[in-house]
Ligand binder design. Structure first.
Ligand SMILES: [Zn+2]
Ligand SMILES: [Zn+2]
Length: 286
């Protein structure tokens, strides 16, 4: 039994709908899958439903954008309670920040004579969590660029004319928020960061795990992070980080994580939910 614990749909910057993604998971014989769209959990209900029909175990998830020591860090939040009021409030705040950023990017494009509107981007993104890939697609669609790469190269990369710095919460706050909602916090693709120096600080902030298996990790990197996980007593996860067809070939199926890692993840979430705020239950017992 295998799982993929890092997947995106068109509720963030992936191209697959939840149903298409689940169909791909079924084609790849996955037993379990997590949806980890950026700063949103909007796609979870439909993905969960499609998984139920396909006989695949669904793991609720999200990928929060955060910051540790001035490095952008992605933190995967698994098995969070989607009804948690504070989590819902915070996530809609991040989405608002993302939408404001699109407005600002459009304004900067307009200032250099590119007549793209934020509404063009929103219409194409059709989700609450729009980002630069959607702006790139809108630029290509409107004929301002011939490819997504060109759109990034000319306008959207750091320090290019339409680049707008991204607001990021601190990693400690992201971890605390995930825990508050009963979830498990895992650092995504550590091999894509320039440094491991950020890890001890995050462990201190309560990080539960690191994503050791990832499409962009070499065998050497994977071994390194497995070792690091053991050193720090962290859970191990992994996933393909499939964005559908947006980056060429779909990646789903390239990373197959043994199901035992899913079991450990679930055990951690269960113990987290059982441990805190228990006194009321103790006294309620006859
Ligand atoms: Zn990421
Ligand atoms: Zn991702």
């Amino acid at each position: 039994m295998y799982a993929d614990l890092h997947l995106h749909t068109n509720f963030s910057d992936g191209t697959y709908s939840p149903e298409e993604l689940v169909a791909q998971a079924a084609r790849n014989s996955l037993s379990a899958m997590a949806l980890t769209d950026h700063d949103t959990v909007e796609g979870c209900a439909r993905t969960s439903e499609a998984c139920r029909t396909a006989g695949i175990e669904f793991i609720v998830g999200t990928e929060l954008t955060a910051e540790q020591d001035e490095n952008e860090i992605h933190i995967l939040g698994y098995l969070i309670d989607l009804e948690n009021p504070r989590f819902r409030t915070e996530i809609s705040r991040f989405q608002q920040v993302r939408q404001n950023r699109i407005h600002e990017m459009a304004a900067r494009l307009n200032a250099i004579g590119i007549s793209l509107t934020a509404e063009d981007v929103f219409a194409l993104a059709n989700c609450r969590s729009p980002g630069r890939p959607h702006v790139a697609r809108a630029l290509v669609k409107a004929g301002f660029c011939s490819s997504l790469d060109q759109a990034f190269e000319r306008f959207l990369k750091k320090n290019r004319p339409a680049w707008v710095p991204k607001f990021k919460m601190s990693a400690a706050i992201a971890i605390e928020l995930i825990h508050h909602a009963g979830g498990v916090a895992v650092m995504a693709h550590p091999g894509l960061n320039r440094t491991d120096d950020v890890i001890p600080g995050m462990v201190e902030a309560g990080l539960d795990g690191i994503e050791c298996f990832h499409t962009k990790h070499s065998t050497h990197m994977t071994e390194h992070y497995l070792e690091l996980a053991e050193q720090h007593g962290l859970l191990v996860t992994g996933g393909s980080d499939c964005h559908g067809l947006s980056k060429g070939k779909p990646l789903i199926g390239t990373i197959r994580v043994p199901y035992e890692y899913v079991e450990r993840l679930k055990a951690r979430a269960a113990s987290r939910r059982a441990a805190p705020k228990a006194p009321a239950a103790d006294f309620a017992a006859p």
